[in-house]
Design a binder for this molecule. Structure first.
Ligand code: ZN
Length: 134
């Protein structure tokens, strides 16, 4: 069981949607741009009218690395583990990270299609992860 996540004002919408098994990212209505991770303003135009937009939950593995020496102690028992970079189909410029549950470390199929799943953590908060689809 992974450690729980504590939401703050900036990320609350993301985590609330995750608990409903929906994947959302910030959308800037001014320049129609998606961004993640959440920020107070749009990284492109500086607009602060950001809203949450549900995305398809489909993506592609862009790249990955294998962590052998994680500085976060509670994660060390799971070492080595993958950290894959997922490009969202909705906008390849939006990337998320996943340890790809069930995929052996160092056997990540780069460029494979993935879809979002939601894993429960210790405090009940669900966290988006990604699994390879055939
Ligand atoms: Zn913008």
């Amino acid at each position: 069981m992974k450690q729980g996540v504590v939401a703050d004002d900036l990320t609350r919408g993301f985590w609330e949607a995750a608990n409903e098994e929906r994947l959302v990212v910030q959308n800037c209505p001014h320049c129609s741009r998606l961004q993640h991770p959440p920020a107070p303003t749009c990284g492109e135009c500086g607009g602060d009218a950001l809203e949450w937009k549900e995305v398809s939950g489909k993506g592609t593995i862009y790249n990955y690395c294998v962590v052998h020496d994680c500085p976060i102690r509670t994660l060390q028992e799971d070492q080595p583990f993958n950290v894959a970079v997922i490009m969202l189909d909705d906008d390849p410029g939006v990337q998320m990270y996943s340890h790809l549950p069930g995929v052996p470390a160092d056997e990540v199929p780069v460029h494979a299609n993935v879809e979002v799943i939601f894993e429960a953590t210790a405090n009940g908060q669900k966290v988006p992860e990604w699994r390879v689809v055939d």
